[in-house]
Design a protein around this ligand. Structure first.
Ligand code: PDD
Length: 286
C-alpha cells in the first residue's frame, strides 16, 4: 500500500515526496528526529517527544518549523490517513538547503525541512520478540560525544545491529571506558537482587522518553532503581536485563555476549514493567 507522507507542508503519496539532494540532512546528517509509537490508533507520550525535539533543535541552533499543536495535528492526520492501529510515526527536521554543499551552515532564514511518515506494525504491543527476549553482544561505543541530541547520525548504530545479526544475536550494547552506555537504539538496564541498574543521564546517552516513563513507573511500583555506571560483566552476572525504546517499549534481554541470564527467558521485572508501561501508556495516549 502506498503511504501518505508529509513533506514541508504537503501530504503526498510516498512515491511523490521529494527532498533536495542538497538537503543538509542528506549531505551532513545535519538533522534531528523523533520516533513516536502508536497504540490503538493513538500517540504514546507525544508531549515527551515534542519537548525532546525542541531540545535537540535548540542544542543545534536549528529552527523548529512547527508549533507543538501543528506537529500533533500532522501526527494524527498521518495515523488516520494510513490507518495505523499499532506502529510508529517517524519525524525528521533538517537544517534544509540553500542549494549547494558547504560545511558552513546556510543563512539563518533558510527554512528547515520537515518530513514525517508512518510505519505500520501490527502486533507491536504483543510482539513475538518481546516474549522470547533479545540476545545482545557488546561493542565499543565510537559515536560522537553528544548522544543526548537525537541526530540522524545512525551509521554506527546500524553497523552495531549488523554485527549483532552476524553473531546470531538481536542487538548490541555499547561500552565506553568499560561501562555500558546504551543499546544501538534503546536504553540499557540490568536487574540484580531486585534492583534495577541503569546509566545516569548525561551527554553520553539519549535521554529516552520511554526510560523516563519506565523509571517513574518502577518507582511507583516500589521497585528499587539505581542510576549509576555499570560494566558489561555486571550485566552478564545479572538476574535479568532489558532495554527501553519507543519502538519496542520494554524488551527483555536473555543473553549477553553468549552468557545466559537467569533461565534464559524474559525476567519477571522486565515482564511486569512491560505490562505496566503498555497499560499506563495506552490510558494516557492521545
Ligand atoms: N531510538 N538510545 C538510543 C541510541 C536510541 O536511538 C533510542 C530510540 C533510545 C530510546 O529512546 P526513546 O525511549 O525515547 O525511544 C535510546 C528510536 C526508537 C529509533 O531510532 O528508532
Amino acid at each position: 500500500m502506498t503511504r501518505t507522507v508529509y513533506v514541508n507542508g504537503e501530504y503526498l503519496p510516498e512515491t511523490e515526496a521529494k527532498i533536495s539532494i542538497f538537503d543538509r540532512g542528506f549531505l551532513f546528517a545535519d538533522a534531528v528526529y523523533e520516533v513516536t509509537s502508536v497504540l490503538g490508533g493513538k500517540l504514546i507520550d507525544f508531549e515527551g517527544h515534542a519537548v525532546r525535539l525542541q531540545r535537540s533543535l535548540n542544542e543545534l541552533d536549528m529552527q523548529n518549523p512547527c508549533t507543538k499543536e501543528e506537529l500533533l495535528e500532522i501526527h494524527r492526520k498521518l495515523v488516520e490517513q494510513n490507518n495505523i492501529d499499532e506502529g510508529l510515526v517517524y519525524l525528521q527536521v533538517s537544517r534544509g538547503s540553500d542549494g549547494d554543499r558547504d560545511f558552513v551552515f546556510p543563512p539563518e532564514d533558510t527554512p528547515p525541512s520537515l518530513v514525517l511518515f508512518t510505519q505500520n506494525k501490527p502486533g507491536l504491543a504483543n510482539s513475538a520478540a518481546s516474549k522470547k527476549g533479545a540476545k545482545i553482544i557488546s561493542i565499543e561505543d565510537v559515536r560522537w560525544g553528544r548522544r543526548d541530541i537525537k541526530t540522524v547520525q545512525l551509521l554506527y548504530p546500524s553497523m552495531g545491529k549488523m554485527m549483532a545479526k552476524k553473531a546470531g544475536c538481536d542487538d548490541a550494547w555499547m561500552t565506553q571506558d568499560g561501562y555500558v552506555t546504551e543499546g544501538t537504539s534503546n536504553n540499557a538496564y540490568y536487574v540484580k537482587d531486585g534492583k534495577i541498574v541503569t546509566r545516569p543521564l548525561s551527554n553520553d546517552i539519549l535521554h529516552g522518553i520511554t526510560r523516563k516513563a519506565v523509571l517513574r513507573m518502577a518507582q511507583e511500583a516500589q521497585m528499587k532503581v539505581e542510576e549509576r555506571l555499570f560494566t558489561i560483566d555486571e550485566a552478564k552476572d545479572a538476574d535479568e536485563a532489558f532495554t527501553t525504546s519507543a519502538s519496542a517499549f520494554v524488551m527483555p534481554v536473555i543473553e549477553i555476549d553468549g552468557v545466559t541470564l537467569g533461565d534464559g527467558t524474559p525476567g519477571p521485572i522486565a515482564k511486569r514493567l512491560r505490562e505496566i508501561y503498555l497499560e499506563e501508556s495506552l490510558n494516557a495516549a492521545i
